[in-house]
Write a protein that binds this ligand. Structure first.
Ligand SMILES: NC(=O)c1ccc[n+]([C@@H]2O[C@H](COP(=O)([O-])OP(=O)(O)OC[C@H]3O[C@@H](n4cnc5c(N)ncnc54)[C@H](OP(=O)(O)O)[C@@H]3O)[C@@H](O)[C@H]2O)c1
Length: 253
């Protein structure tokens, strides 16, 4: 990935990982467009910065995505990088019949949102030089949290989708998967102060170092995410699954 002179669209750029990525990428000499549902949060990300732009977009809304892509490609025809970062996480209890609106919302935002935004930009990106699509999955795609079953399943699906996208776009668009470990953001209430989670700045620092490697690795896996990413490959899945789920149970108590 070129380190500068890209025009980058980030979904979910009004907070957490998306906001920090946006700020760091802009500081490196890129034009950055941030989107999300809360325009006010996006405006805070771009406040006082050159070459940063904020637009409201709900990735749950297919018609809004189509209209947005048309508008943004017209306004920024040089756009060459898409970062699918928007996501939500909910806990679930599968042991009893329940309302499935949270399950549906997570599938819509995390999986369908990634698929729909990618679909809206793929033809444009294919025609650009140095084109990149980044999908944000999770360590939970590789070793799931049982109390976040649907969330983990959406991230496993994002991983598989990203592998297939990489194969289908080989030679046209570079496809990168970003695999965060547990990071201190407000993805779930109170998480930004949760002990044991990686501080956001330290995480983004490692991510930027990996993104700036030439060639950029096809998977951005920071040190803390390696345990989960490699567990199955290294024959330690059961051990890591038990540890993650014991920690999760303690955290929720
Ligand atoms: N933090 C972690 O521990 C961790 C670990 C693994 C993976 N991840 C992934 O990293 C990504 C970023 O999460 P984060 O930790 O930075 O949490 P976050 O601060 O809550 O960021 C999520 C962003 O997604 C946006 N978003 C949610 N639903 C949306 C929708 N329907 N349309 C458009 N934007 C939407 C939110 O903005 P609005 O509310 O304004 O729409 C928000 O800015 C997510 O995909 C998450 O699953 C995080």
């Amino acid at each position: 990935m070129k380190t500068s002179e890209n025009t980058i669209l980030i979904t979910g750029g009004g907070s957490g990982i998306g906001r920090e990525l946006a700020v760091r990428l802009q500081a490196q000499g890129n034009i950055v467009i941030v989107t999300g549902r809360r325009l006010e949060a996006l405006q805070t990300t771009v406040a006082g910065q050159d070459n940063m732009h904020a637009f409201a977009l709900d990735v749950d809304d297919p018609q809004a995505i189509t209209a947005f892509a048309k508008q943004i490609i017209k306004q920024f025809p040089q756009i060459n990088v898409l970062i699918n970062n928007a996501g939500i996480m909910r806990y679930d209890d599968l042991s009893t019949q329940a309302d499935l609106s949270d399950a549906q919302a997570q599938i819509t935002t995390n999986l369908l949102g990634t698929i729909r935004v990618t679909n809206a930009f793929v033809d444009h990106l294919k025609a650009q030089s140095d084109a990149i699509i980044v999908s944000v999955s999770s360590g939970l795609a590789f070793v799931p949290r049982a109390d976040a079953a649907v969330y983990s399943a959406t991230k496993a699906a994002v991983h598989v989708y990203t592998q297939c996208l990489r194969q289908q776009l080989a030679g046209l668009v570079e496809v990168i998967e970003l695999v965060p470990p547990a990071v201190q953001t407000e993805l779930t209430p109170g998480q930004s102060e949760r002990e044991g989670y990686q501080p956001l700045h330290a995480f983004i620092g490692e991510v930027m170092d990996l993104l700036n490697e030439q060639p950029t690795p096809s998977e951005i896996v920071v040190e803390r995410a390696r345990l989960q990413r490699l567990a199955e490959r290294e024959g330690r899945f059961a051990q890591v699954f038990d540890r993650i789920n014991a920690n999760a149970a303690q955290q929720r108590r």
